[in-house]
Design a protein around this ligand. Structure first.
Ligand SMILES: Nc1ncnc2c1ncn2[C@@H]1O[C@H](COP(=O)(O)OP(=O)(O)OP(=O)(O)O)[C@@H](O)[C@H]1O
Length: 249
């Protein structure tokens, strides 16, 4: 396995707030790697340092052998980024948004194929402001993929989607991976992580608590709880939020 992302001892502060204390993980080529953790755990800050959108205060990050802090322009060509709550101008049409984003890349994807794959064919002339929540999410995936990236980082992709749209998004992510794209998925949905992710990193209070497959984490939780079967959610609850006061190392 080749590591396409390596994060070692990542540290990031905002003033006095330590957002990311000490985060290390590697993501292998072709995998879907989940990042789970409670609100404020440091997930978004971690992926922003991976994307080169934030400067880290310490540690090492390599993405496809590039340092996001130094080689951001080159990394942008190879990394697809889907931002949490990204918005576009209300009157920009779907096809115009894709054309605009295509212009940023050396070797962009075919926009028609992308629109079709994402079920946006019928909405190509619709303005952003008139898209449904599900269509907006699909457009944000299209924009993350329009540069033909080797790695895509998706931050809370399915938050706010109804169950049907969420399932559609899952199918899409699986399709994207089948095309050889390595995916990092930040999510609060345990079912999503269970279905899609090969491995997940659980982050709590700026540190990685554990990295393993969802099935292995569930099995471990079952053993610890003394029950026959446990879910990833059981594992998540057991592993996180032990609280500042009652935390025992
Ligand atoms: N721009 C900022 N300025 C100051 N503090 C910030 C900033 N962004 C994040 N933080 C703080 O850093 C910590 C980690 O935030 P981050 O957004 O990385 O967590 P998260 O795990 O992605 O949370 P969520 O699940 O709520 O999206 C939190 O305490 C947050 O309040």
């Amino acid at each position: 396995m080749t590591a396409v992302i390596e994060v070692q001892g990542l540290h990031k502060r905002y003033g006095d707030t330590v957002a990311v204390d000490d985060v290390s993980f590697t993501v292998d080529e072709g995998e879907i790697f989940g990042i789970l953790g409670p609100n404020g755990a440091g997930k978004t800050t971690t992926v922003e340092c991976v994307e080169g959108l934030r400067e880290r205060d310490g540690g090492m990050v390599r993405v496809l052998g590039l340092d996001p802090a130094r080689d951001r322009a080159e990394l942008t060509q190879q990394l697809g980024v889907q931002l949490q709550d990204a918005r576009l101008p209300e009157r920009l049409r779907v096809d115009e948004a894709l054309d605009l984003y295509r212009s940023f890349y050396r070797a962009p994807a075919d926009p028609d194929a992308l629109l079709e794959a994402l079920g946006l064919d019928g909405a190509r002339r619709t303005q952003f402001g008139k898209l449904s929540g599900g269509q907006r999410q699909r457009l944000s995936i299209a924009l993350a993929l329009v540069g033909n990236p080797r790695v895509a980082v998706l931050d809370e992709l399915t938050t706010g989607l109804d169950p049907r749209a969420r399932r559609e998004a899952w199918r899409l992510i699986a399709d994207v991976r089948a095309r050889g794209v390595t995916i990092v998925l930040v999510t609060h949905f345990m079912e999503e992580a269970e279905r899609l992710c090969d491995r997940v990193a659980v982050i709590d209070a700026g540190r990685v608590v554990i990295v393993d497959s969802p099935a292995a984490l569930a099995a471990r939780a079952a053993a610890e709880l003394g029950v026959e079967r446990a879910s990833l959610e059981d594992a998540f609850v057991a592993l996180t939020g032990s609280g500042e006061d009652d935390h025992v190392d």
